[in-house]
Design a protein around this ligand. Structure first.
Ligand code: OGA
Ligand code: MN
Length: 226
């Protein structure tokens, strides 16, 4: 299982951190109040608009609690992993789950019905990633060998910022404000041509506003590659 998840992610060191950070310092497109997507230009936000979605408040507090109740006993048995320098993720533990209780299954069916329209069969097990408060996800692209065109994730317990950077043009980027209990969907070009990452607490800023990071659990559905 562990092997599968590490194989799922390919770290991308080519897109330099410094260069990206300076392009962000230059500004970029400010989102309208209440919007969850900001980017390096209006054109990019428009052109990727159909491939990146953030649905805030996709689940209720009760539904979040249902996930925690089901996941905590399993996660608590594992230790956060911090010291694999070549890993795409720092400070995490993870699991996968095929069978869910009725409450979570119903929520996951809602996720599947909005995110995977004609996108073929899904990967059976749902991926659960628990990031420590000090944890973060480095820029990477999910393996095209193990996972298909669409990735949909629920965020539990914490707000966070997901950054997408075009692999061959790092000045093109999108920031997504993943509020607690939101759902994000990434598909096609956004999934294949852009790295994605979750910013560490010290760098967690969306459109000039600080977004404090707590422990965060994501519940991620993917489809199979064709
Ligand atoms: C991953 C990943 C994003 C998230 O596990 O490959 O990018 O929302 N996770 O946790
Ligand atoms: Mn990923």
């Amino acid at each position: 299982m562990k092997v599968l998840f590490s194989a799922l992610r390919r770290t991308c060191k080519a897109a330099g951190h410094l260069c990206r950070r300076s392009s962000h310092a230059c500004g970029g497109l400010l989102p309208l109040p209440g919007e969850a997507i900001a980017g390096s230009s209006p054109e990019l936000v428009r052109s990727l608009g159909s491939q990146v979605e953030v649905r805030t408040a996709f689940i209720t507090e009760e539904e979040e609690a249902a996930f925690l109740q089901e996941l905590e006993p399993v996660l608590k048995k594992k230790r956060y992993e911090f010291d694999h320098w070549d890993d795409a993720i720092h400070g995490y533990r993870e699991t996968e789950r095929l069978r869910w209780g009725p409450a979570c299954e119903e929520i996951l069916n809602r996720v599947r019905s909005v995110a995977f329209l004609d996108s073929g069969p899904l990967l059976g097990p749902v991926h659960v990633l628990d990031l420590d408060k000090a944890g973060y996800i480095k820029p990477h692209i999910d393996s095209v060998k193990f996972c298909g065109s669409t990735i949909a994730g629920l965020s539990l317990l914490s707000d966070s910022v997901m950054r997408l950077v075009k692999e061959d043009a790092p000045h093109e980027w999108l920031d997504l404000l993943l509020s607690r209990r939101s759902l994000y969907i990434m598909r096609d070009q956004a999934r294949y041509d852009f790295t994605h990452e979750i910013l560490r607490d010290e760098e967690s800023v969306f459109s000039g506003t600080r977004v404090p990071r707590q422990r965060r659990i994501s519940v991620i559905c993917r489809n199979r590659p064709v």
